[in-house]
Each structure stands twice: as C-alpha cells, then as structure tokens.
Design a protein around this ligand. Structure first.
Ligand code: PMV
Length: 397
C-alpha cells in the first residue's frame, strides 16, 4: 500500500491597531487602499489568532473551521479560497503535494464579537501558516497574500510599528516595518472592550459607502495622510509621545468624521466611546501634554496608546467611571486581562483628576465597558514549535 502523506503546522499571529487608518479601496478585488496606513502590532501573548493547517493525501476536500464553526470555503466570497489558490500557484512544491487537500482550524484567544481586528490576526495567521506549508516564507510576499484576505491583515505580518504602502498594484501594495517591537518598550496599549451588541456596518461595506458618498474621504487620502504619515514616523523614531498621540487622535477623529459624512451616515462610536474620548481630552489638557492617545476602529471599543508610567492612573480612572453592577446591585471593579504588571497600583493618586472630570460632567456609566485588555507592542507571527506530528509519513511521489 502506498504511504500516506501527512504534515501539520501551527502558527500564531498578532492583532494590529492602526494609528493612521486604512479607509477606502481603489481596487475592491485586490484590496488596494486609497491611502497609506500605519499601526502598532500588539503582543501575541495577550491577543492572537492561532491557526493549524494539516495537509494529507487522504483528505477529500479543503476545509476551514473558524472558532469551531465550519466555513464555506468554496463560496465565491471566500477570501481563504483566494489565498489558498494563490499560494498553490506560487509554491515550488511538487505538483503531487500541491494536489493534496488541506484542513485548516483557526481560533482567536479574544472574543471575535468584540470586533477587535480579529480578521487582521486571522488572515495574517492563515497566510503565515499556509506560506510555511507551501515554502513561501518571505514576509513581504506573505503580507501581499494576507492583504487578499483582509486589507489590514498585511500589517500583522510584522512586529513593532508597521506601515502599509498603498502602492499602485498587487506587487507594490505591501507592508513594511518602521521600528521593531523592542524599539519603544515603554509604549503600552489598553483596550476598553465596550459592551455593545449592536451589529456594526462591516468595514468593507463601510469603506465602500464612504468612497461612493463622502466628499471628505478623498481630501483626507490626498491632502492629509501623506503629511501625517511623515510626522508620525518621525514621532515614533524620536519616541515623541506627545506628537504621536496628537496625530493618532486627529486621525481617529477624522476617520469617524468621514463615517458621519457618508450616506447613510455610519456610527461606530457610542456613549461609552465618547465618554472615553472626553476623559482622555481632559487628562491631556490637565497635564499640558498628551498622556493618552485614543483611537477607534469600525466599532465602539477604545484602544488607548499610553506610556508605561501612566498606565496605573489611567486604569484607575476607567475603573472609577465604568463600574460593573451585578443583578443584586453589587458593584465590581472592571477586570484587567492581559498584562497585570504595572496595570494597577493601589497607591495611585487620581484625586485632582477626578475633581476635574466631575466638574466637566463625567458620570459613572454602569456596565458600559465589559473589561480591559492591557498589552504592549509585540512581534510578528510565529510558528508554534512543539508540534508533535510534523511529517509523520514520507510521501511517495
Ligand atoms: O482590513 P479591514 O477590512 O478589516 O479594515 C480595517 C479598517 C480599520 O480597522 C477601521 C482601519 C485599519 O487601518 O485597521
């Protein structure tokens, strides 16, 4: 009997949160963006997608399971299908092995429903693990392939701060690293996961609507983003948090202004998001310099970039204004997931800030934030080394 071929690989890939947002495509199929974008890659240990791919001569068809649900990989809309076909086209493996079907299982270690760039981590992970299966390991090439899944996924192929160059075709629309994950170790990220089960307009639908109906969007992509991009890269290289934060908040505000300028208007922010914006603005004014930088994607969750020494104060303020009450009326503090070190310090004094927030009308919003994720800037995808079944049987080709 002929030996069976079987190989299995697992990888993890990170989430990235843009500080200069990608919003709008010039080519829907290739997902070419109308402007460059820039993001921080988040630490894999706190939030990641994990994807296992198995290839076997005994499998009957390609299959994909996402968070335990089987996906229709043959549907015309399947980005995974497009990516898989492209990988097989580019691979130099033998035609025999390329005929074998794959089974792919992927899951996120954070709730997909939280709308936290889960597709970026998921498609980056898929590109990375399939690439390693088919012998395509160059990060730039993988970033092109990840883009075919979800645009922003191309940035999750690299650690640190990453720029996606819009390019003008499939070859030139690629991501590259600006600085790696060890460059600015004091930079931290706090995600306020907002309790909101309203179904948002998806990012692909939203950006198409903005491109078709907003007059602000082309002004931003042509006149604003190029200058903003140079300035934020300069701020990152100089570790100038004040300027980094200023640009980050301006860009988030402008992206949401474009959403409002679309027809019909798109609302991603809710009352809790707006209260976080107000709290951040009051803090920054109080200190006479930016201590925190909020940014919001296509949903209400707040991602706040801040330096390590301000984390305890900010966490305490958020816990103060977003209490959790259970059915019996007992009040609990918001839970902090991810990195615990430095996130809380019982002696942290927030007294004078609380007075100012109070007089600016900031009030408790009960059960509006579900929990916090405390994380930092991290590396790009990684293969999970301790795999037990790698190449258990050699192929007969
Ligand atoms: O890659 P997509 O289609 O999920 O779009 C992401 C869009 C934003 O998250 C709003 C901005 C960005 O650059 O990540």
């Amino acid at each position: 009997m002929a030996a069976q071929y079987y190989k299995i690989l697992t990888a993890k890939a990170p989430v990235n949160i843009a500080v200069i947002k990608y919003w709008g495509k010039s080519n829907e199929k290739l997902k070419l963006p109308i402007n460059d974008s820039l993001s921080g890659t988040l630490n894999l240990d706190d939030m990641c997608a994990t994807t296992t791919v198995a290839v076997s001569s005994t499998f009957q068809e390609d299959e994909l399971w996402l968070n335990q649900e089987k996906q229709d990989i043959e549907s015309a809309k399947s980005h995974a299908r497009v990516m898989l076909d492209e990988m097989r086209k580019l691979s130099k493996l033998s035609p025999k092995i390329l005929q074998y079907k794959v089974h792919i299982v992927s899951y996120n270690n954070f709730p997909t429903a939280a709308g936290l760039a889960s597709s970026a981590a998921g498609y980056a992970c898929l590109a990375y693990v399939l690439g390693h299966l088919y012998g395509i390991e160059d990060s730039t090439q993988l970033s092109r392939l990840a883009r075919m899944g979800s645009g922003s996924a191309c940035r999750s192929l690299f650690g640190g701060f990453v720029r996606w160059h819009k390019g003008h075709n499939h070859e030139t629309s690629i991501a590259s690293q600006i600085v790696n994950e060890t460059y600015w170790p004091e930079m931290k990220v706090l995600i306020c996961v907002i309790n909101d089960n309203k179904k948002d307009v998806s990012s692909s639908e939203g950006m198409l609507r903005s491109v078709q109906t907003s007059s602000l969007i082309s002004y931003r992509s042509e006149k604003i983003v190029p200058g903003r991009m140079d300035k934020i890269i300069d701020a990152i290289k100089k570790k100038d948090f004040d300027s980094f934060a200023e640009i980050t908040m301006q860009d988030s505000n402008q992206f949401h202004a474009i959403c409002l300028d679309s027809k019909p208007p798109i609302f991603y922010l809710n009352d809790a998001s707006r209260q976080i914006i107000k709290i951040c603005s009051i803090i920054n004014t109080h200190f006479g310099q930016n201590k925190v930088a909020y940014t919001f994607d296509a949903g209400p969750n707040a991602c706040v970039y801040l330096l390590e020494d301000f984390v305890p104060q900010f966490v305490k303020l958020i816990q103060q204004y977003f209490p959790i009450k259970d059915g019996l009326g007992n009040t609990k503090k918001l839970e902090i997931r991810g990195q615990q070190n430095g996130s809380t310090d019982l002696n942290t004094d927030i007294g004078s800030l609380v007075d100012q927030l109070q007089s600016a009308g900031i009030r408790d919003l009960v059960n509006s934030v579900s929990y916090l994720i405390s994380t930092s800037i991290g590396s790009g995808p990684k293969l999970v080394e301790d795999h037990m079944n790698d190449n258990i049987l050699e192929p007969q080709i």
